[in-house]
Design a protein around this ligand. Sequence first.
Ligand SMILES: NC(=O)c1ccc[n+]([C@@H]2O[C@H](COP(=O)([O-])OP(=O)(O)OC[C@H]3O[C@@H](n4cnc5c(N)ncnc54)[C@H](O)[C@@H]3O)[C@@H](O)[C@H]2O)c1
Length: 381
Amino acid sequence: MSVRTIGVVMNGVTGRMGYRQHLVRSVLAINEQGGVTLSDGERVKLRPVLVGRSAGKLADIAARHAIPDHTTDLDAALADDDNLIYFDAQVTSARVKAVLKAIEAGKHIYAEKPTAESAQEAVALAEAATAKGVKNGVVQDKLFLPGLLKLKRLIDGGFFGRILSVRGEFGYWVFEGDWQEAQRPSWNYRAEDGGGIVLDMFPHWHYVLENLFGRVESVYARAVTHIPSRVDEQGATYQATADDAAYGVFELEGGIVAQINSSWAVRVNRDELVEFQVDGTHGSAVAGLRNCRVQHRSATPKPVWNPDLPVTARFRDDWQEVPDNGEFDNGFKIQWEAFVRHVLEDAPFPNDFASGARGVQLAELGLRSSAEGRRIEVPQL
Ligand SMILES: NC(=O)c1ccc[n+]([C@@H]2O[C@H](COP(=O)([O-])OP(=O)(O)OC[C@H]3O[C@@H](n4cnc5c(N)ncnc54)[C@H](O)[C@@H]3O)[C@@H](O)[C@H]2O)c1
């Protein structure tokens, strides 16, 4: 079978996500495995064209991975007809301008979330891509995590009966940067630079809720900045103008209530950095990034509230691990493969800019809910 190579312009590869998950774990890993296999057996390899602001950093990455093409000139990369796809993992605030340029150049677009900082811009991107007739996709990696795939398997198998509620707990302590270096970039904590945990995480929660449980119909959120000042990459103290924690309640179609706490100011007392507990009439599950535990109604203990007695029951022992029953590949890579098939043979790819815009809309309404102190209905986009 023949092997074909297509150019992929990758903007933002010096960043955390662009480098590790998208370049190394996805694009280069796809080439190492021999490419993406299309339905007729043809294999497609990806030729990354690294784009960024720092020629030196790009050259370092290119040398490390023997990548011939790198440039600081986005226009030139977009002008090359061999480059079919534009990928964007820049800081969020730089995304819209570059993506619009790439749409104008007729490239198919794959982008990190959030696709924009406002719902209006996110919708405009979706409309621009549709008008130009280019394929478009947004990273929705959590859907491909083993833990959530197992949860989806339970839902599809009817394990829960009627689903009542979802409780999500996400977060970890992000160091302030003074006596220990922060493990996230400082722009995450500045609203003026596209930061904030609501804009970062609500798009994720949106596609998880929409894909697994149903449409999000309303949101109530309280977004706060627990740590008011931090120290940046250069050692300078700055004001944290963006929210670093958000406590949200989402009402879903069918009456399911989802509550999700997101925080960069919480210490982990969980098995994983994110966990979702789903309670249904017939059973419950707790899913993390990798694992998923269940308790069926037939194995549900009957606790009786009595604070006078010490707790002897080991409640966690009453849960059962869901088996893998298969191999789980890197979620980012799976989505890249799906997007390449979408571009080249029109394979389905539901994670499009329209769904990305619904995620940005939820973030925007979450912030509004917090500012106004009220529950807000989510209009259908
Ligand atoms: N899917 C996920 O799980 C996930 C996780 C983290 C971040 N993200 C998203 O990925 C994107 C990148 O996040 P990151 O954590 O990799 O950020 P990062 O700060 O590590 O990287 C940002 C990249 O953008 C480039 N850039 C372009 N214009 C810039 C500017 N004006 N200022 C600063 N940098 C600029 C930087 O050079 C760098 O390559 C964000 O949109 C973020 O929301 C997604």
